[in-house]
Design a protein around this ligand. Structure first.
Ligand code: FEO
Length: 398
């Protein structure tokens, strides 16, 4: 999008597409890029920008904001979130609009000083406070830990638009349009769930609290800071967030394997056969060495069951599987069935580590746990088939 887009009454999108950053937070791949959405609401008596964009896009952002403002100045910058992908350039805005005032909450203030040395012209708001721009009254709601402690969202009581910051965001730069009703949903749903699983999912209980807090608002649009702007599927995305944050999942299973020489891969194949035999139609298989964990986390969040099988490496769990377990423990997806299987040659270790993970995960462990020496025998494969079948039946009988 090369210019500002008027989204609705007195409201503009000022975002940018980032197609250069390969890893979001230096962690998560961005094969479709990522968008930093920012906005302006122009009242009759005052103007406000809501969030900014990542630092390198200063010129693009300022040009769009200038275009939206026309002859007017910028009175306020609402800082919903201090993470630098939304606030990386705010210290430079004062030189463009010297009378600018920054709006944040008590937890924003030390970060403004820390990141930008800004200690003046800050208006500190509390949960439920409002700002009258003339014809548009903005209302602020704190949503701590979505996804930093100072996070808040801004609701335009006139248009019903919720500027939701990271919440309801997704990976993927805009292509052709910024709005949900002008995009194929398949293009944004998977990337929204991957974003949820990686960035927001850890705080699902807080998402639930936020949904309750905001539930009474007459929301007509949800404009997040990443990804698609929702003006048609508002109920759908709220319901997706409700589902994901309640750990409700689709009937399906994910099989993740770590294998050096193909023997553990054979174990995964037997688990898959069992899942298929149970009648489960949605089964996804991932090689943990060759699949970025964000895609595995996404599908583990999406489906009701998963199986982890890996070999032993230097007496311990195969390192890529260990890394995945660590990411899962950090996010603690709930209400799922898990199956585990390990292999070893000169020293055991994988199954013990997987069992340890399964216990810590507090998920329902479905048996049998299978441990294989060197290469799976026919008896081993039968047990692994049984594990897959049991997992599939647990999902089907839910
Ligand atoms: Fe998109 Fe938490 O920043």
């Amino acid at each position: 999008m090369y210019k500002a887009v008027k989204t609705n009454k007195d409201t503009w999108w000022l975002g940018v597409n980032d197609r250069e950053t390969d890893l979001f937070e230096s962690l998560w791949p961005l094969p479709q890029g990522v968008a930093y959405n920012a906005y302006a609401v122009l009242g009759t008596t005052a103007t406000a920008a809501i969030d900014t964009v990542k630092g390198p896009y200063l010129d693009d952002y300022v040009n769009k904001l200038t275009e939206a403002l026309g002859h007017r100045t910028l009175n306020y910058l609402v800082i919903n979130h201090m993470e630098p992908d939304h606030a990386g350039l705010i210290s430079q805005l004062k030189s463009v609009w010297p009378s600018l005032k920054f709006i944040g909450n008590a937890k924003t203030v030390p970060m403004l000083k820390g990141y930008h040395g800004i200690t003046e012209d800050i208006i500190t708001v509390k949960d439920g406070d409002t700002l009258d721009l003339g014809g548009h009254v903005l209302k602020f709601f704190t949503v701590p830990m979505l996804h930093w402690p100072e996070s808040m969202v801004t609701f335009d009581t006139t248009t019903g638009v919720l500027f939701s910051n990271d919440s309801f965001g997704g990976f993927g730069a805009h292509e052709g349009s910024i709005f949900d009703d002008e995009k194929n949903p398949e293009r944004w749903e998977d990337e929204m769930l991957r974003y949820y699983a990686c960035i927001v999912g850890k705080y699902s209980n807080i998402v639930q609290a936020a949904l309750k807090k905001l539930g009474g608002l007459p929301i007509t649009g949800i404009f997040p800071s990443h990804g698609t702007l929702f003006r048609k599927d508002v109920k759908k995305v709220i319901s997706l967030y409700d589902k994901w944050s309640k750990y409700e999942a689709d009937k399906g299973a994910v099989v993740v394997y770590g294998s050096m020489y193909g023997n553990t891969r054979k174990m995964a194949e037997a688990i898959c056969s069992g899942l298929g035999d149970s009648g489960l139609k949605d089964v996804r298989v991932y090689d943990v060495s060759r699949t970025d964990p964000s895609y595995i986390l996404r599908d583990i969040w999406k489906f009701k069951a998963f199986a982890l099988t890996a070999c032993t490496y230097n007496t311990q769990l195969f390192p890529p599987m260990e890394a995945l377990c660590s990411k899962l423990l950090s996010r603690m997806p709930k209400n799922k069935f898990i199956g585990i299987a390990g292999s070893y040659s000169w020293s055991k270790g994988a199954l013990t580590a997987l069992h340890d993970y399964a216990e810590k995960s507090k998920l329902e462990l479905i048996g049998p746990e299978v441990e294989v020496y060197t290469s799976p025998t026919a008896e081993d494969l039968a047990k692994l088939f049984e594990l897959g079948k049991n997992l599939g039946e647990a999902v089907s009988n839910e």
